[in-house]
Design a protein around this ligand. Structure first.
Ligand code: HEC
Length: 116
């Protein structure tokens, strides 16, 4: 086997590894509304928030309704999220509060453990 063959083989193995890693990622990343728990307002919440950033950013939070409310203010004031109609804001807050409530303080939490 000549050196260039060996190198090409190494690159193929690397490419295969990259594929495996890419396939493992969706377990952590939230890319479709179906990736998050069912509930009223799920699709609205998913599409609103993921217009600007990955929903993974949202899904790893755990907050009370009041804190989610403040977070929405912050998204509007600081990050240019459009103001929501009252009914829409309530729908989204209900979904967020029900789906991502404050996490119980259990000491060390495995950050790689699947949630929900
Ligand atoms: C108009 C754009 C926009 C929209 C819409 C938006 N965000 Fe954000 N959001 C941002 C930006 C910009 C940041 C900060 C940059 C980053 O971390 O990517 C951010 C950051 C965040 C963070 C991370 C805060 C931290 O401590 O790191 C959370 C949580 C969040 N947004 C939640 C939401 C939720 C929930 C929604 C939907 C209800 C939403 N965002 C909609 C622009 C937006």
């Amino acid at each position: 086997m000549v050196l260039s063959d060996a190198l090409a083989g190494g690159r193929r193995r690397l490419a295969a590894l990259a594929c495996v890693l890419a396939m493992a990622a969706p377990a952590l990343a939230v890319e479709h509304p179906e990736d998050i728990p069912e509930g009223e307002g799920r699709d609205e919440t998913f599409y609103l928030c993921s217009a600007c950033h990955s929903f993974t950013l949202v899904a790893r939070q755990g907050m009370s309704r009041g804190m989610w409310d403040e977070l929405l203010d912050w998204m509007v004031e600081r990050h240019g999220m459009p103001e929501l109609e009252d009914w829409e804001r309530a729908l989204i807050l209900d979904y967020l509060a029900a789906t991502y409530p404050p996490k119980p303080a259990t000491g060390w939490v495995n950050p790689f453990a699947p949630r929900n």
